[in-house]
Design a binder for this molecule. Structure first.
Ligand code: S3P
Length: 183
């Protein structure tokens, strides 16, 4: 797959579950006049059921395969803002597809800030269900290195959605002007 010009490449948001990839992604998309795609939502549409039911009825492997297929399709499109599920980057193939086609922003949230959100996430995130706090911290630590494959890291601790989205949109405009000036 040939690369699109930088200005047309899709923007992909990665990071641990519940850091705000979907909300921030929607806001970035508005600022850049682009369509927003949430990969979890696409998977749920395909299976016509929520993620937790896909895990329960079809198993995680089926979910991960669908995740890979859908990301491969979406990454062939340009001018999108895409939010990935927190476990997608566990698959090397997904990392490569995204790194080669799109601009990847890693939304980083510290463990201390993240654990304040656990209550909100438990019900809908099958990978958290039945886990102790210690096990969730371990999952957080284990996942952290996989997000190191990115083009830009954004610290989201103590920042409002609007601020993070502004930062992403502005840094993109700067990069476009530097690397692909229009005149
Ligand atoms: C998962 C994260 C979820 C969703 C699924 C598995 C994970 O997405 O893809 O529940 O393994 O981290 P969010 O990152 O949007 O919560």
């Amino acid at each position: 797959m040939g690369k699109f010009p930088l200005r047309e490449q899709s923007i992909v948001l990665i990071g641990f579950m519940g850091v705000g990839k979907t909300t921030i992604g929607k806001t970035v998309a508005k600022k850049l006049y682009r369509d927003f795609i949430d990969i979890d939502e696409e998977i749920e549409k395909r299976f016509k059921m929520p993620t937790k039911d896909i895990f329960r009825l079809h198993g995680e492997k089926t979910f991960r395969n669908a995740e890979k297929d859908i990301i491969s399709e979406i990454c062939q499109q340009r001018l999108k803002v895409v939010s990935l599920g927190g476990g997608a980057f566990l698959q090397k193939e997904i990392q490569e597809i995204c790194l080669n086609s799109s601009i990847i922003f890693y939304l980083d949230l510290s463990w201390d800030r993240w654990k304040d959100r656990i209550e909100l996430l438990m019900e809908s995130r099958p990978v958290l269900q039945g886990k102790t706090m210690k096990e969730m911290k371990q999952l957080y630590e284990d996942r952290k290195p996989i997000y190191e494959q990115h083009h830009s890291r954004v610290d989201t601790d103590y920042h409002e959605i609007e601020e993070v989205a502004d930062y992403i949109a502005e840094s993109l405009k700067l990069a476009w002007d530097i690397y692909e000036p229009t005149s």
